[in-house]
Structure formats: structure tokens, C-alpha cells
Design a protein around this ligand. Structure first.
Ligand SMILES: [Zn+2]
Length: 400
């Protein structure tokens, strides 16, 4: 059995202990102690890391009443050691965890929603509620949680020897975890929350710092809230402020006007795209008519093989369709950016466009396909396509 010192004092970050077990575990070693300040991986949150003597503790897990510290080197059984945890990491996780208690209490008090899941990572934490919540309700939860945290109420743990003792105490629990064995540990926040919990917490709610909900999603019929407490919330605010300021600077406007500036530009961009598309459509009409007028007639079929510039695949297809006569074959290529697009279109002509496309793929080292009357593809751009174009023209004359 390992005596768990974090249950008594969450702010104790080191202790003296004696090694009681040391077993190889792959390239590492699992070390057990008679007492430890380490909190193991448990309850949806990551364990402490730190050192035991000279050994680095990479992880910590519980097995029954014993804690196993996964270490980078062995230590002989019976050795007295100094045990230290990463205090900054522990405090940060306690801020998130205690913040979760407070946010859960707020959701329960305001909406009657129950916390049904908690996960704490090293950069964010999530809380699952059994009811959907609106954005306005999320803001309400956030406001109440910050008001409660500012009251700086004491966070205390009380152990009850049995379920009957707990009942007799009259404590009203927000949540009672299933399948607990005595003693039952209840963590209370002065003036608000009480629930069963086995983890370390900050001593007073003021130590949580700011509580910020940064994400809200529907989840399993309820909601998943992503939140940040303490320094995490501050760093998030700094990042968001920098992002908004960068946008405001780009628009030469004040931070408060950044959103309207973006919306205005988005509207202008949308109008400009509409105008451009209209201009493209008019231009593409003229291009198609010119190509059709210049088509070469081979055994009664109008054959068009042409290279256009700066036209993307979608426009190229539209142009090709507009060049079709009663009996025709159109092969259009276009160099746009780093790509050569090609479209093959036929009307009452012999070759199947899928088959013809295979030949074009080979010629241009491209990828594409289709069948019947239409095929299309693309290839990496090549600076000079004169030879390929001549070859294609000759080939099309032969196959119609
Ligand atoms: Zn807790």
C-alpha cells in the first residue's frame, strides 16, 4: 500500500519516502514507495510527473492500493529517497479540475444539467453535460462560475467511513460517483458545490483564476464544453487579442471595428466574384464561338483541338460543351497555375471520350477519365505544349 499524501495536502509537492518495490518494465522500471505525493492517471486527468531521487518519473498509475511510478532507472528496494513532483503542472491541473467542479455546479444550479464526463489534457479540459445548452446559457454558466470563484470559498475534503455516515451528515451532493468503496471522500466548495472526488484540488476558489468556456458542441444528446482556467485562460485571451489586433491592423481600424471591417470586405469580395463570373461567362461564350467558327471538318465531323490560357477545369468544361455541333469532337487544354487541365467532349462522333482520355493521360503524364461523350483530367504544367498539341490534332483527325 502507498500512503497518498495528496489526499491530505494538495499543495505538498515533495516528501521523503522509502522504495518498497522496483521491477523492470520494458526499457524502464516501475517503482513503488511507502508514501508518495504523486497523483496517478485517474478520473480523466493526467498524472503528476517529477523525480524520485535521481530517477525521472515519466508516469504514475495505481494498482489497487499501490502507486507504481514509471521511472527511467532502477532504485534498490529499501533506499530512502526524496520524491518531487512538477509543482507547476500539478497546480495547473488542480485549477482545471476545481474549475470543473464549479462549472458543473453552475450548470446544475442554473439548468439542472448533470456532469456526465470530464477530461483534462495538458492544454484544454472538457466537461460533458446531459442536457443541450444554448450559447446564452453557456455565457450564464461562465458568468456565475467566475462570480463564485471570486468569493474565494474554501475547497475542503471530508472522508466518511460509510455510506450511512455520509447520509447522516446531511450533505447534499451534486454528484455521487457509482461503486465507491469506503471511506467516501466528499469535496466541498464553501457556499456551493459538494460531490464525491478522489483528486487533489486548489485550497480556495480564488486560486482557480479566471474560468473561460472556449468551446460548446452538441454531444450524445447533451453538450460538451471546452474550458480553460487560470494561466490557460489568460494565455488564450492573449492569443485571441493578438489575432484580433492582427486583423484590425490589416484593415487599419480599431479592434472593436475588426468584425464589421471583415464583413464589409467579405461582401465586396462576393460582389466582385459575381461580376468576375459574369465577365468570364461572356468571355467564354466568345471563345467558344470563335473555336467553333475555326473548327476543321474531317469526314463530316467538326474537330477542335486548342490550348487556352488561365482557364480552370470548370470553365474549360463549359467552353467545350458550348463548342459542340451536330457532329463534333472538341479537345481543349488550358494552362492555369501549376496545372494543365484538359476536357474532351464529343457529339455523334466515333471515339469514346474515356478511351481518348487514356491517350491524353499518357501524352501529358496526367490523370483523368470519363466515358461516352465527356472526359476530363489534369496534368502538371509544362512550359511548351506545342508538340503535344500538334500530336493531339493529328491523332484526332485520324480517329474521327
Ligand atoms: Zn475533484
Amino acid at each position: 500500500m502507498t500512503e497518498r499524501l495528496y489526499l491530505e495536502d494538495s499543495m505538498r509537492f515533495s516528501c521523503e519516502a522509502v522504495v518498497t518495490d522496483c521491477v523492470p518494465h520494458g526499457a524502464q522500471y516501475r517503482i513503488a514507495l511507502d508514501r508518495s505525493v504523486f497523483f496517478p492517471n485517474k478520473g480523466g486527468q493526467p498524472c503528476d510527473v517529477g523525480t524520485i531521487g535521481d530517477a525521472v518519473v515519466l508516469s504514475c498509475d495505481e494498482e489497487g492500493e499501490r502507486l507504481w511510478h514509471l521511472c527511467d532507472r532502477p532504485i534498490a528496494v529499501g533506499t530512502p529517497v526524496t520524491v518531487k513532483i512538477d509543482a507547476e503542472r500539478r497546480f495547473d491541473i488542480m485549477q482545471q479540475h476545481t474549475g470543473e467542479h464549479l462549472l458543473s455546479w453552475c450548470a446544475w444550479t442554473l439548468l439542472g444539467a448533470t456532469n456526465v464526463g470530464f477530461h483534462c489534457a495538458l492544454d484544454y479540459a472538457t466537461l460533458d453535460l446531459d442536457k443541450p445548452v444554448s450559447h446564452e446559457q453557456v455565457l450564464e454558466i461562465e458568468r456565475l462560475a467566475n462570480r463564485e470563484a471570486a468569493k474565494n470559498g474554501a475547497v475542503t475534503a471530508q472522508e466518511y467511513a460509510s455510506e450511512a455516515d455520509l447520509q447522516a451528515s446531511g450533505v447534499v451532493l451534486r454528484k455521487h460517483a457509482e461503486g465507491l468503496t469506503a471511506p467516501i471522500r466528499v469535496v466541498s466548495i464553501e457556499g456551493s458545490d459538494a460531490c464525491t472526488c478522489c483528486a487533489p484540488h486548489v485550497r480556495r476558489t480564488g486560486e482557480i483564476g479566471q474560468l473561460k468556456i472556449v468551446g460548446e458542441l452538441p454531444y450524445k444528446g447533451g453538450a460538451r464544453l471546452t474550458f480553460l482556467c487560470g494561466m490557460r485562460a489568460l494565455m488564450h485571451a492573449q492569443r485571441m487579442q493578438d489575432a484580433v489586433d492582427a486583423i484590425a491592423l490589416r484593415f487599419s481600424t480599431a479592434r472593436e471595428n475588426a468584425v464589421s471591417a471583415v464583413e464589409r470586405q467579405a461582401g465586396e469580395l462576393s460582389d466582385a466574384k459575381k461580376e468576375r463570373n459574369q465577365a468570364y461567362a461572356a468571355l467564354d461564350d466568345i471563345t467558344a464561338k470563335t473555336l467553333f467558327a475555326e473548327a476543321e471538318t474531317v469526314r463530316g465531323t467538326a474537330v477542335i483541338v486548342a490550348l487556352l490560357e488561365g482557364v480552370d477545369g470548370k470553365r474549360l468544361r463549359a467552353i467545350a460543351q458550348k463548342t459542340l455541333g451536330p457532329k463534333s469532337l472538341t479537345v481543349l487544354l488550358s494552362a492555369a497555375g501549376d496545372t494543365v487541365y484538359y476536357v474532351l467532349s464529343g457529339q455523334n462522333c466515333k471515339p469514346d471520350m474515356g478511351e481518348l482520355c487514356k491517350a491524353v493521360n499518357l501524352l501529358l503524364c496526367g490523370k483523368g477519365g470519363g466515358r461516352g461523350t465527356l472526359a476530363q483530367g489534369s496534368a502538371p504544367k509544362k512550359n511548351d505544349l506545342t508538340d503535344e498539341l500538334a500530336h493531339l490534332r493529328q491523332y484526332c483527325r485520324q480517329i474521327v
